[in-house]
Design a protein around this ligand. Sequence first.
Ligand code: CA
Length: 221
Amino acid sequence: MKILIVEDQRRLGQFLKKGLSEQAYTATWVQTCAAARDALCETHYDTIILDLGLPDGDGLELLREWRRGGFNEPVLILSARDSVQDRIKGLDLGADDYLAKPFSLEELLARVRSLLRRQSAAKDTVLEHRGLRMDLLGRTVTLNGAPIDLTSREFALLEVFLHNPGRILPRTLISEKIWESHYDVDTNLLDVYMSKLRSKIEVDPAHPRFKTMRGVGYQLL
Ligand code: CA
């Protein structure tokens, strides 16, 4: 699940990115309206966390723009402006939730989960393939009923494959989905993560789970 954080305070931005990444979300952090516009044009996000006071504009204007333009990603406003009027304005413009600063990370995570749950109510939140079962909301993975302990990066990697079982996934596509910016990813890194993931889920050497297409990508069998 990809989350875009629009927040100009460096410390808070880093804190949010770290907190969300630890929950196995792929978090991208930008600090300006301009960068947020670019990020949203570039890829799809499952949720956006939006600060209002930004150096080059107002988050509410961004939100208005997105909603007019047909972007329907859930938006959680995170702002020091916390009067009832501010909240109403934000929600009227199409925000899905509003959290006042200062806030607790626990509460923010709970609200993000709730947004994702609402958004995916119609979609599957459990991915299954040949005995592998991934619960996207509970953030757990089991193999034939036994829990598998994955790091957040391994989880994100496996999620990409479980959305596309049997499909040959090009290396660039995989990198794009699990790293927030794909252009500076060392390609060897993907192989390192793949081998870690494989060591955890390919428990029976007679039954490989992945096929390596050398120089091309990987396929979940
Ligand atoms: Ca701000």
